[in-house]
Design a protein around this ligand. Sequence first.
Ligand code: ATP
Ligand code: MG
Length: 361
Amino acid sequence: MNQVYLELRNVTKEFTSPFEEERIVAVNKVDLKINKGEMITLLGPSGCGKTTTLRMIGGFEDVTEGEIYLDGVKINDIPANKRETIMVFQSYALFPHMNIYQNISYGLEIKGLPKQEIKEKVRKILELIGLKGMENRPVAQISGGQQQRVALARAIVNEPKVLLFDEPLSNLDAKLRVKMRTEIRKLQKKLDITSIYVTHDQEEAMSLSDKIVVMNLGRIEQLGTPEEIYAQPRNKFVADFIGKQTNFLNGKVIESSNSEVDVEVWNKMFTFKGFPEFSKGDEVMLVVRPEMIDLLPESKGVFSGEVKLVTYLGLEVIYEVESNKENLTVQISNPLKHGIHKEGEKVSLGFDTKNIYLIKT
Ligand SMILES: Nc1ncnc2c1ncn2[C@@H]1O[C@H](COP(=O)(O)OP(=O)(O)OP(=O)(O)O)[C@@H](O)[C@H]1O
Ligand SMILES: [Mg+2]
């Protein structure tokens, strides 16, 4: 249980740009521990170093500094084809002139496994991914979702210690992406295979992962469960990157103890449980997710406001509400039940401090 299986210690990757001869630090002193059977997602904006991190683990990129350990063995100098990691690419990289069977069995044939054993392994995998009976179909003649499954099968059949996914679903349409990510997760759990998944789609990351690594500019900003990074973001970057249209309210700590802090926001006092790291006088920021705010009749809530914009989305309504000269985003689910406010309407805002997280400014 919970034994560290893959570990990155102080891993750095520098590239030298061929034109300007400047150094690009793509990955900067990354420490990461992944347990056996865990599914971890690297999430972050374009260029933050996700693919480079994955490629170093897979052996497709040299490590400039630091060490990578797999199952207790340092693998820095082991070439990609000798590592027990397998990468599943965005483009699938299937052999177009081969059929499904040949694509899946290819790696095993290269290894020189007996024909009967190969047949048995491929049969099992085909059943697992729901493509039984289709083994003779050329991969050029199957759908994108089926190609993705073949790519997955081809990786799994080799029984790697770690599966590495680099945005494997980004070529698929939205509906299929959701379906495939669920399938990947089920398969990963069933096989109990340690996996690292790269995406910049936060919903994909949330739905797939045991833990999410939020990256920015080559560094890890936060590592945590999906709930942790959403509800307890460590800093403004994470709070802003995760979730939609997060509100940030400035506050000042007026009193603090080991168990709670009193914070003044817009001339009102609020008590937050926890946060022993803050002391009297600290400037803080309240991370207020749009769904944490209630819209109440005038004077019922803590701050008064006026509805400036109403966006009806069926499942929910997104309001822009002006309060204390700032625009806040408020999301109210189930408008059929709660009714819809109108633009120009005077309202008031309410929230429960237990749903609000504090970060340093
Ligand atoms: N071969 C290379 N030579 C020089 N710079 C590179 C090379 N590969 C990546 N980089 C740079 O390293 C940084 C990290 O790139 P990386 O591909 O890891 O980002 P990413 O997080 O995967 O982004 P995306 O979401 O766009 O795929 C970027 O600034 C990129 O331009
Ligand atoms: Mg990438």
